[in-house]
Design a protein around this ligand. Structure first.
Ligand code: ADE
Length: 228
């Protein structure tokens, strides 16, 4: 049976996906509560990492080292930074970049990490499977950008969009992709849009849409997980 690790930043994001499984056994590792859920073909390990790149990176390493996962999925919400990407749309990352990594003083590109590169590519097979999923939601494939900043400034959103051709921003995906790349674990980032950097007070939109967008992401996972 394939083992799949699913990482969520927030409790609310995990809750919606946990509902698609019947029951769960709980593992406690350090401060992490890891829910082991089985279906016919896969064993899934669901865990809340907490927000931000460091929390997400260490949770990824814990799933790889303690649970021996074959795949990692990062699931949750994101803020749109493209006028073409609307609330509740799902964005699947084909590549990830850390918009807050800056070693440009040494002639590297913005977001370029010396031992990694500027972008980390999601697993091609998982992207291919994702393209076969048909649910009642707009699914868009493109660049996802991560950083330890909640983007609520229109100008900052526009800059990240232009610099990296990114569709949305969140705070974990690219660090998860970096750890998976270093450990040779196939991964995919799946984000439902909760807010837009181009709307006023988007943290309010984020709070309002957190549950409904997390439900969309869970619906995607329900269809996707059996196809891995
Ligand atoms: N996650 C959801 N919305 C976000 C935003 N606007 N910036 C960063 N992470 C987010």
């Amino acid at each position: 049976m394939k083992k799949v690790g699913l990482i969520f930043a927030l409790e609310e994001e995990l809750e919606e996906t946990k509902k698609i499984f019947d029951n769960a056994k709980v593992h406690s590792i350090y401060n992490l509560k890891i829910y082991e859920c089985k279906n016919d073909k896969t064993i899934c390990f669901l865990v809340v990492s907490g927000m931000g790149k460091v929390n997400a990176a260490r949770t990824t390493q814990v799933l790889i080292d303690f649970m021996n996962v074959d795949y990692i999925l990062n699931v949750g919400v994101a803020g749109s930074i493209s006028r073409d990407v609307k609330k509740c749309d799902i964005v699947i990352g084909n590549k990830l970049v850390q918009h807050d990594f800056d070693f440009t003083s040494a002639d590297y590109e913005k977001g370029e990490i010396p031992n990694i590169g500027q972008y980390v590519y999601c697993d091609e097979e998982l992207v291919k499977i994702a393209k076969t999923i048909k649910i009642n939601t707009n699914i868009i494939f493109g660049v996802i950008s991560s950083g330890d900043i909640f983007i609520s400034d229109e100008k900052m959103g526009e800059k990240i969009h232009e610099k990296f051709d990114a569709l949305c921003v969140e705070m974990e995906g690219a660090s998860i992709s970096q750890v998976c790349h270093l450990c040779n674990i196939p991964f995919l980032v799946i984000r439902a849009i909760s807010d837009s950097a181009y709307e006023k007070d988007n943290h309010l939109g984020f709070e309002e849409f957190l549950e409904i967008s997390s439900k969309r992401a869970a619906k995607f996972i329900e269809e996707f997980i059996d196809k891995i």
